[in-house]
Ligand binder design. Structure first.
Ligand SMILES: *Cc1c(COP(=O)(O)O)cnc(C)c1O
Length: 377
């Protein structure tokens, strides 16, 4: 059966040009980037070229980019690294209730280590309240960490305003931009971002490689001990092939930005309007306008998530549940709970995220399948 993939917020396929560029670094160019002979220097050059590509895409300097193993590691390194290095100024952190677990669970661990964390509410579309943010800042606040765009409902946060509030109060601002890369043009200097996480596999590079931008002058500690790689901030032999892939992929997504953005936005808006027209009980989660181009999230009343997903899977459709399903008991999504989706809707939610290889025919197939499954219930 043909597989139709609508889960690009979970991961993306590696683009063929990205894979081509990576291949030599698995065998002929296998040097360790820290070795001083020519094979090592070639690997070093490839890593530094990738660093320049990431920096150029973000409007940063190459010296401000650190390679990691994934988005989760970037979030851990940024948040722990910054608060450990700045704790003499205070131990208070502000985040939101709808962050990815890579941020939420990092903050929870820091609470066990004597840090205090404020988890901001969001409104019914998932936006943080800027007045509440301002009111939450204390003399001992050292870090604000708010995601650029939400992975479940696609809401794009007012990042520039959050950064302004942080800086007006002498607080460092980190953002988890894992979902935003390739979907939103980002200039870290113009937006006032101090620290930003990204992950290759969300924009057509392989799994297992990420990057972190930290503005020059921001103090942060290493959290993984060992060798002196990545300017002594992240020990471990560099994943040269993965880093090469990430560098190529970020350059490619921004080269194709206009085309990609238009395609995904059109698909999203067509799909939303068709679902609403054909399945009147469907309720859209998240904002209609300030939303990631490829993201759609619907709740359906009184639908059993497990049955919905089994039925979609039987038709070769890969999409994501808004709630994790453990042994038949759906665990309500913390994001949908935070935007006030009632429990009976939270259980039957569906996230569809489009990508570059989806066709109009795929979208029509998905629509027909969904109508059949839901209207038959
Ligand atoms: C996927 C994702 C992460 C984690 O990235 P990994 O590379 O899978 O560790 C973090 N934050 C957000 C918003 C994500 O979507």
């Amino acid at each position: 059966m043909k597989i139709r993939y609508f889960d690009h917020a979970a991961t993306t396929p590696v683009s063929s040009s990205v894979m081509q560029e990576m291949l030599p670094y698995f065998n002929t160019e296998y040097g360790n980037a820290s070795s001083l002979y020519s094979l090592g220097r070639q690997a070093r050059n490839a890593v530094e070229q990738a660093r320049r590509r990431v920096a150029n895409s973000l409007g940063a300097k190459p010296e401000e980019i650190y390679f990691t193993s994934c988005g989760s590691e970037s979030d851990n390194l940024a948040i722990k690294g910054i608060v450990y290095a700045n704790q003499s100024r205070g131990k208070h952190i502000i985040t939101s209730k709808i962050e990815h677990p890579a941020v939420l669970n990092t903050c929870k661990r820091l609470e066990n280590q004597g840090f205090e964390v404020t988890y901001l509410d969001v409104d019914k579309n998932g936006f943080v309240n800027l007045q509440q943010l301002l009111n939450s800042i204390r003399p001992n606040t050292i870090l604000i960490t708010i995601m650029f765009a939400n992975n479940e409902i696609g809401t794009i946060e007012p990042i520039e305003k959050i950064a302004q509030i942080a800086h007006a109060n002498n607080v460092i601002f980190h953002t988890d931009a894992v979902q935003a890369i390739g979907n939103i043009r980002i200039n870290v200097k113009n937006l006032g971002i101090d620290s930003l996480s990204l992950s290759g596999h969300k924009f057509y590079a392989p799994k297992g490689v990420g990057a972190l931008y930290v503005r020059e002058g921001i103090k942060f500690d290493r959290v993984q001990d060992g060798g002196h790689q990545e300017k002594d901030k992240r020990a471990g032999t560099e994943n040269v092939a993965g880093i090469v892939g990430l560098g190529k992929a970020i350059e490619e997504v921004y080269e194709n930005f206009d085309w990609y953005n238009r395609k995904l936005t059109n698909m999203r808006d067509f799909f939303i309007s068709e679902v609403e027209r054909n399945i009147p009980q469907a309720k859209l989660n998240g904002d209609r306008v300030n939303r990631l181009p490829g993201n759609v999230n619907f709740s359906f009343p009184n639908i059993n998530t497990k049955e919905l997903f089994d039925a979609l899977d039987e038709k070769g459709i890969c999409a994501s549940a808004g709630s994790a399903c453990s042994s038949g008991n759906p665990i309500p999504s913390h994001v949908l709970t935070a935007i006030g989706v009632p429990r009976y809707l939270n259980r039957g939610s569906l996230r569809v995220t489009f990508g570059k290889d989806n066709t109009n025919e795929d979208v029509l197939y998905l629509l027909d399948s969904l109508k059949e499954i839901i209207l038959d219930q």
